[in-house]
Design a protein around this ligand. Structure first.
Ligand code: F6P
Length: 323
């Protein structure tokens, strides 16, 4: 193996740059050359790649987003698109590929690995919905953004005696909402894995008011059926039972754009370096993640298209802490 390529795919996540930097510097330490593929799988098919040395990845550790650009590619899902990508990799003399991304992106890496090209994936998505790792790059930063928003909303909620419904990202996973809800001291958390009905939310907010609470925070994951605006309008219709009047804040992409936390810089560095170790050991079709605080490799067959469950103990903790 003389030259590898790296790409970032799917939603950007704070800490992706740390992973790119680690991949490049660990590869350089082994005498390997590195090409950075621009804009994910789209760039692989369009043959847009740039040489990356240690100096090209200077100053990116503390930056959110991805210096390589990212994209979601429909075309890559078809064999013709993947064949074009493989032809470009062959033309450039690339011996192996590292894919930094989440679930959909790792389905793409598995498809390439199954076509015989050496590929390893690095677990990265703010959603933390990937099996094969305890945590993904970007999740800690996204949770911190949500908690900071909740802290600020609590200030104004307290001043006005109001409630707030905060909607977090997470696609169909409630992990970010649940963790932000616990760390932010939310009264209620509604997530796809355990969605609260509007009737339940009215009853629980009313009970919180009865217990003497004069402001309230409801954290809702974007993947639920009854979204933040629906909850607020239902509660408004049942104001006399709720006690609080509610406002809505949807965090959306604000959660993706933060400066990476130290935890995400460390995770990106460890997993990026681990990806090169995996390639040097001749591995392919594996996801590099973190399990019990050690870098781990998991067959992507066990990861692709599957969803990690949230810990029931954390759901129970969120409820108890809201008393
Ligand atoms: O997977 C990361 C994520 O931010 C999800 O939480 C969200 O549902 C989705 O990406 C948004 O995708 P896009 O940036 O393409 O709108």
């Amino acid at each position: 193996m003389k030259q590898i390529a790296v790409l970032t795919s799917g939603g950007d996540a704070p800490g992706m740059n740390a992973a790119i930097r680690a991949i490049v510097r660990r590869a350089v330490s082994e005498g390997l050359r590195v090409l950075g593929v621009q804009n994910g799988y789209a760039g692989l098919m369009a043959n847009t790649m740039i040489p990356l040395g240690s100096r090209e990845v200077s100053g990116i550790l503390q930056r959110g987003g991805t210096m390589l650009g990212s994209a979601r590619s429909e075309e890559f899902k078809f064999v013709e698109g993947r064949q074009r990508a493989l032809a470009n990799l062959a033309e450039r003399g690339v011996d192996a590929l590292v894919v930094i991304g989440g679930n959909g992106s790792q389905t793409g890496s598995l498809a390439l690995a199954e076509m015989g090209f050496p590929v390893v994936g690095v677990a990265s998505t703010i959603d933390n919905d990937l099996l094969g790792t305890d945590v993904t790059i970007g999740t800690d930063s996204a949770i911190n953004v949500a908690v900071e928003a909740i802290d600020r909303l609590k200030v104004t909620a307290e001043s006005h005696g109001r409630g707030f419904v905060v909607e977090t990202m997470g696609r169909d996973s409630g992990y970010v909402a649940l963790m932000a809800g616990i760390a932010g001291g939310a009264e209620l958390v509604s997530i796809p894995e355990q969605e609260l009905s509007p009737e339940q939310i009215v009853a629980d907010l009313g009970a919180a008011f009865e217990r003497g609470k004069r402001h309230a925070l409801v954290v809702v994951a974007e993947g639920v059926r009854c979204r933040a605006t629906d909850i607020a309008s239902y509660c408004e219709q049942h104001h006399s039972q709720v006690g609080f009047s509610l406002r809505v804040t949807i965090l959306g992409h604000v959660q993706r754009g933060s400066v990476p936390t130290a935890a995400d810089r460390l995770l990106g560095s460890r997993l990026g370096s681990g990806a090169i170790d995996a390639l040097l050991a001749g591995r392919s079709g594996v996801l590099v993640g973190l399990t019990n605080d050690a870098v781990s490799l998991t067959d992507i067959h066990e990861v692709g298209g599957k969803k990690k469950q949230v810990d029931a103990g954390l759901l129970s903790l969120a409820r108890t802490m809201a008393l």
